[in-house]
Write a protein that binds this ligand. Structure first.
Ligand SMILES: Nc1ncnc2c1ncn2[C@@H]1O[C@H](COP(=O)(O)OP(=O)(O)OP(=O)(O)O)[C@@H](O)[C@H]1O
Ligand SMILES: [Mg+2]
Length: 231
């Protein structure tokens, strides 16, 4: 972005009129980039004009975008760990991929930018404990914020019949936070990641189970319950 583009009004600051979804978790490798890129793919495949803002200097989301085939609906990328979050004028949906380990004041600053926060959690005791602590931290920042984003949790890389999430489920229920769905461990996510597409852009017959598992998450994202409203 340069000064001329700014002056010509080609960019806009982020306001509540833009749909903003942030994927975060303090723990590495929980599926933040997988969720962020698949969400970007979902909205792009529904004719939304999507900006994928990568807040992680590892830049995995932007690497995914670089591999994206030209014939797929375009998604714009932003190196948000480095550049200011100026959103191109035409964009209506911003998906943000946040690095692991962001805490304290940086976390508080980030939270002001999203209507919705999705936290992917892996089915291990360590991951679940870390997620519990992280959600506690989010909520403590949250309670001081004027525009408190709505938070939901998604289990990721779940193999069948895992009971690991029972305690997390109870914890979330106590906080009145939705535990939306469990996404299975699937080669589909790995091949989508390599090809710069999402499961929404793959042959429906090969991703039918995955699409079904995404359904509760997408439904919640469409509902008002997932959107923070300015007070
Ligand atoms: N449901 C899934 N099924 C199979 N593989 C998965 C699934 N979710 C994530 N993965 C794989 O697990 C690895 C870590 O996932 P991902 O990069 O999305 O995590 P992350 O939270 O963004 O990690 P980081 O903290 O390093 O940014 C990747 O190789 C990804 O392809
Ligand atoms: Mg990542």
């Amino acid at each position: 972005m340069n000064f001329i583009e700014l002056m010509s009004g080609a960019y806009k600051p982020l306001t509540h009129k833009t749909r903003t979804i942030m994927v975060m978790n303090s723990k590495g490798g929980s599926g933040k980039t997988t969720l962020a890129t698949n969400l970007a793919s979902y909205y792009a495949s529904r004719a939304k004009l999507v900006l994928l803002a990568d807040f992680d200097p590892q830049s995995s989301s932007l690497a995914w975008l670089a591999a994206r085939p030209e014939e797929n609906p375009p998604i714009r990328g932003l190196a948000a760990w480095r550049d200011m979050l100026w959103v191109p004028q035409e964009i209506d949906t911003v998906v943000m991929d946040v690095a692991a380990g962001v805490r304290d004041r940086r976390l508080a600053r980030l939270l002001r930018r999203a209507q919705t926060i999705i936290i992917p959690v892996l089915p291990s005791a360590l991951d679940i404990r870390a997620a519990t602590d992280f959600i506690g931290e989010l909520l403590s920042i949250h309670s001081k914020s004027r525009l408190a984003p709505k938070i939901a949790v998604v289990a990721n890389r779940v193999r069948e019949n895992t009971r690991a999430f029972e305690t997390l489920g109870e914890f979330l229920e106590g906080l009145d936070l939705p535990f939306l769905t469990s996404l299975r461990d699937s080669q589909n996510y790995i091949s989508a990641a390599e090809r710069g597409v999402g499961i929404f852009e793959m042959r429906p017959a090969s991703v039918a189970t995955d699409l079904e598992q995404w359904d509760p998450l997408l439904k919640w994202l469409r509902s008002k319950r997932s959107k923070a409203v300015p007070s």
